[in-house]
Design a protein around this ligand. Sequence first.
Ligand code: PMP
Length: 408
Amino acid sequence: MDFDVQKIRQDFPVLNQTINGHPLAYLDNAATTQKPIQVIEAVADFYKYKNANIHRGAHYLSNLATDLYEQSRQTVQKYINAAHDYEIIFTKGTTEGLNLIANTLGEMLIHKDDEIIISIMEHHANLVPWQQLAMRKQAKLKVIPFADDYQLDFEAYKKLFTDKTKLVAITHVSNSLGTINPIKDYIQVAHQHNVPIIIDAAQSIQHEKIDVQALDCDFLVFSGHKIYAETGIGVVYGKEKWLEQIPPYQFGGDMIKDVTIEKTIFADLPLKFEAGTTNYVGAYSLKVALDYVQNIGLENIKAYEKKLLNYAIEQISQIDGVEYYATKADNKISVLSFNIKGAHPYDVGLILDQMGVAVRTGKHCTHPLMYALNLNNGTARASFAMYNTFDEVDQFINAVKKAKQMLS
Ligand code: PMP
């Protein structure tokens, strides 16, 4: 299929508006993506004609909603090539997924003086749960540092392992810099030490092909809202052998087989991890969003986004007094973090907004990364998705030039 950005844009009604008198250039896609009309209409249609609580037995609508929920699980399974659909657990997002893993697998594996390896580029969602677990258990966090060019130091990673290392948790792609980590290599090393490894795929699921069996990761998590689905839905993939061993995260309805006052027999996978009424409409929106992405083709999306990023880098590199970070386009997704020298990124963001350009500013929920790079005010970050255009990159670059004039 030919990649036709104008046709794609027609599917995203939110893009077709002016902000502060300028056409909207929505460049905050790493924070959340906009939703295609197919997803919006599927959700409306669900509530209009299909809604009932899932797993409630006898009646037609409940069975229909349950079928759609389970179909959504299978769509996710295929999308990441999991071996079984029951290895897909629906959560409300990456953050909940990582908390689930820290509170179950982490609780089970970590004891006093044990060690957990994370990296300096983790989003707080893949840092604070491990830090708090380590504090509870009197265990230790060890951190993979940066090497050159905003890549993690793989050699240093290998040296962090000791016989106390019990877990590794690492991001596939940095949300602040766009750096893609060669996670397959990281997974292999963890497994050489018999240590399970958790992958935060919040920033890769929408840009990179993910095959959990080829990667051989133990867990992988992501959020639906970053891949064109609704917010409030996410996924934990876990290998069957782990999901069978670890305890449930939350307790209540739907996650049981039988309950007496004295004890509970938990449900089989995956329901053991899905207590209470889940976001079954959100799960369905994720199915529709993944179908949408697959229809366009992730490879096509990736190739187009890479052209956009390279063009943006080329343009921004010609502006004196602008610093930009981690721009080796071969191993990064379409994120461009930058600063106007001497200006606060928040002021830059406000001026860009006046010109219709939406970027994120600040430390991007990666405070340790920002401190390690001496970027104590953070950065401004433009992040591109499949519906962004070269004209929008031009609008962004002109806005950066204007901001520079106004702030220097
Ligand atoms: N990890 C990374 C790398 C992220 O970019 C984000 C979202 N910014 C998260 C985790 C948390 O995702 P959510 O807020 O959807 O739970």
